[in-house]
Design a protein around this ligand. Sequence first.
Ligand code: ADP
Ligand code: ZN
Length: 667
Amino acid sequence: MTEKFAEVAIALPIDRVFHYAIPEKYSDCIAIGKRVFVPFQNRTIVGYVVGFSDESDVKEVKDIGSVIDEEPILSEEMLKLTNWIKDNYFCTWGEAIEAAIPGGIKKGKVAIGSKLKDSQIRLEDFPPSSPHILTEEQEKALKIIIEAVEKGEYKTFLLHGITASGKTEVYLQAIGEVLKKDRQAIVLVPEISLTPQTIERFISRFGDRVAVLHSKLTPAKRFLEWKKIVDNKAQIAVGARSAIFSPMKKLGLIIVDEEHETTYKQDDVPKYHARDVAEARARLNSCPLILGSATPSLESYYRAKKGEYKLIKLTKRIEERLLPKVKIVDMRMELATRKRVAIFSKVLLDAIDRTLKSGKQAIIFLNRRGFSTFVNCKKCGLVLKCKRCDTVLVYHFDEKKLICHYCNYRTQAPDICPNCKYGYIRYFGLGTERVESEISHNFSHVHIARMDSDTTIKRGSHDRILGEFKAGKVSLLVGTQMIAKGLDFPKVTLVGVVSADVTLNLPDFRASERTFDLLTQVGGRAGRGEDGGEVIVQTYAPGHYAILTAAKHDYEKFYVEEIASRKELLFPPFINLVKVTVRARNEDLTSRTAGELTEAIKAEDKSMKVAGPAPAPISRMRGYFRYNILLKDKDRHAMCELLKKVLGTFRKPHGVLIAVDVDPMSM
Ligand code: ADP
Ligand code: ZN
């Protein structure tokens, strides 16, 4: 080593690499990708060597403290990938690197050479499975994918297959080919706890060649799984979003299952989207990427339509099992005939009764997450929206005003509906607990279980509730989005959606997309056995395209409607969004600073489209007031650069916090 200085990335929000001098004794062992201890502001911290240089413009360069690793823990590829994240997600290189390595390593605690006991998977728990003979559609899909695997070229496939059309089997066999070529594969799943059945299938097929990575593992176990991949003892990594950083050396395929899921977006810095990182990594490795979904994100389907991705369709369910029949119940009519606002329609009550009497099971679903503060007319169903953004106005109790959370449009909340001039405007508020008690009231003899974030706090309660339902001890399961996905219970013949409006009226431009996805997924829980199934959806908006198309299982039609609206209102995929959140304990200070920052952004780039500032939907959180500013542009890197420049000189008052989120998944 002849260079004098090491360039070191540090996981702090300071956007630069730091120079440290290399003492003679370390000149042989220092290398790019290794961790080092460095002095930093009177402390010693861990840094990552990302380069070397002969010169430094820093006046008094300090010495490296020591070199931690014998072998680099970051490959050249991982450095490129984390650098890409830095450029696209408004974070520093060091922050991106920290996201890419397992917890124990970060603090410099675990030495790579250290010996740890064997991993946590007990193979005897997973009966081996062999490949199915593929259907014609599956065969065609697999052939196209294998071609790309053989060629070793970057290509993204969007595998759009209805629920139970055999997507997972296609993944499994594609991976089989990857292994034959002595290469490795990464499979991302949205959330391990919600997809246990998927993981089981990978282990059953590939045994100890699978490493499972997820956030619930202790740092030591996580490190073990990571090490199995480094040593090429495992060739397949299955895991939640951070598994995209698995230390594969010969990556042959990446799969992102349920690619539309918002859990792929990380909430903390670096706020990356694992699907987009997957695409970047596939490009770096010249390997194919499969995005799979029954309800693709608008972004991905749009790219497939444009020809950027190759679209592959699976249109038939395995064994030709029929999709459940969906019935939409117009709750406005219920009010007219029954004179009072009820939670359950007669149709749904009758269906529950019928189902339970015939010894079958039912799932009653209410997505209560987020906001129960949207305003609608119980007579005509009207929901008040912003004329500029077409998103739902949210009622703020303190100010007694309706506010748009995108552009800050404000208006007085009316008492009488401006549409039908008749009905009273009410605030919609309803939770699973209320649903449960209402059902017990109507069906006193039935065994009910409720599953939501309140009933699953205790460890193991999640599994216990599902176990009781599976065993038939419970015949009716009430729950939130926790029960919407992935569950496979053949005796469930009825799924009731208490209010599709909760999701439809989120103050979010993706509200329709979420509704379509949720109805499709939750509906897919019915009729998985031989008895067929029925889905009943209650709503005040029975004519909304997201509900109508979901009821008909018609993704294509939904897409056509939704993409037109995105284009008109200029939302993704036509632009990228960047959200800047200003927080402070004092509301005045928050809104004033947000206003000043907005002006500073506009002054720096007059052509930039800027919306807001507007209060966040949850406008006060943990004692902090929150205001959002939204930037809209095609080039997210350019938006990041603009913000770095503006924030670099912006005089932020004491006590104010500013956060930037590229491609935010919520407001
Ligand atoms: P998806 O991932 O689209 O929901 P799966 O791959 O889980 O679909 O397939 C649904 C069910 O059908 C699974 O139980 C799977 O084992 C089975 N299956 C998949 N492909 C075949 C096939 N070619 N022949 C028979 N059964 C199959
Ligand atoms: Zn608006």
